[in-house]
Design a protein around this ligand. Sequence first.
Ligand code: AMP
Length: 219
Amino acid sequence: MNILIFLGPAGSGKGTQAQFLTQKLGYFHVSTGDLLRKEVASKSDLGQQVESIINNGDLVSDDIIISIIKQTLNELVAKSDCHGVIFDGFPRTKDQAMALDELVHSFNFNLPSVIYFDLSLEESIQRISGRLIDSRNNNVYHKDSNPPPEDAMPFLMTREDDVPEKVTHRYGVYQRSTEPLLDFYDGRTTTLDCLQSIHTLNQLLIDNVDSMNQSLHSG
Ligand code: AMP
């Protein structure tokens, strides 16, 4: 099974591109943020435990995240139609990355390929302030650059952690905890300049998956 890891700050387009690739390739999209928000919405014990952490823009503990990922992977490998997984927002710390390496090894998956969505703080704030989410399916839109379809209008919502102060805080957390993973994944990372159009980024990702498949088949 192929694994793609999407690394990048809030607003860099990870969710939008994951949405596109899952439709195009039939991969599964695993967003730890979406999984956690679902727990919060259902008011489960876990949801109540993590709600304020998420709303403040801090990181949920590695133990919680790793156990969610283990459970999700167990469910996905049981599906015969799962050929690939896109991790959007995971791993976010070195301990999470090491745990993923162990899981990849134990499940005998192909080595993950990492896509780095490069975006400045200023651009992150600017993009997040126009972000809209379809509450039915978590599809992500932007009021100017990627407007939602008409039928989504009654279901659009904004996230509590998407206000500028919290985006700035999340960007700092990202720089301290997640950016160092670029060293951890040195040699298997492709960097995308997120200022390119959504369409160009779509194509670059398809090319990346093609070359990943070619190198797997030739090696
Ligand atoms: P996201 O939707 O990826 O922006 O995630 C929203 C929030 O969920 C983050 O700001 C964190 O509070 C939490 N979260 C999501 N993924 C992780 C992760 N891999 N590790 C720790 N916290 C996470």
